[in-house]
Design a protein around this ligand. Sequence first.
Ligand code: SAM
Length: 252
Amino acid sequence: MSECSLLVDFNTTSSEKEADNDLFELLQSCPIPKNELLSNLGLFIKRQDLSRILFFHDLYQKIINVPGIIIEFGVRWGQTLALFESFRGIYEPYNYTRKIVGFDTFLGFPSVHEKDGSAEFIKEGAYSVTDNYDEYLENILSYHEKKSPISHMKKYKLIKGDATETFRKYLEEHPETVIALAFFDFDIYEPTKVCLELIRDHLTKGSIVGFDQLNHPDFPGETQAMKEVFGLGRYRLIRSPINPMPSYMVIE
Ligand SMILES: C[S@@+](CC[C@H](N)C(=O)[O-])C[C@H]1O[C@@H](n2cnc3c(N)ncnc32)[C@H](O)[C@@H]1O
């Protein structure tokens, strides 16, 4: 198994894996013609993946009246960024100030901290992607931009590199930044802590800070970073009723 597919099914039983393989084969042998295939991808979306899409849809709706950009910290294959572009096209197609910004090394974890524990996947390079994947993703995000109004203004940005450095630089270059939604999916302690500290002065009432791995025993670093920066008691943490992992807090 390649390094970049290592983590996908770490809590999947062997019979579920078999069923997933069957679905994948059905996708590969799909008889739907090319001009109809993209409109029928729902055939292959698993319930668990659909619930994640719905979670992000719920989050997006909560920030429509909040000014500011959307950031995903930890992009990997970039599906969430593409979804955010579509939600923007649906709900606020003329809001050209709603930039969508993603930070990732595109090389996996640059390092891990002792606070990240010792689960199998906690190691340098975990969650890497394929070579030049950021260029491929750029093309996908560009497609979604073109399909919505005001497409001549680029409203997304992929920032490659260690976010402990690149996010600081981004904020220096963009002192106007207000953050409506920040979603943390680095999974590990150090970049989560550094970026949580950096976002604080850019949040406003109603901003949402979301997390993918809070309370997850295999990824203890994310919760510790959150506790150290915001404290667990200061804001109400809200979990998704439809997906066991993600949660968020609304800044009030
Ligand atoms: C779990 S994956 C993100 C998954 C993605 N959000 C999704 O929903 O599919 C974690 C990502 O965080 C990135 N990452 C971890 N530490 C980082 C750092 N210091 N700087 C930039 N990216 C980092 C990894 O490269 C990896 O792609």
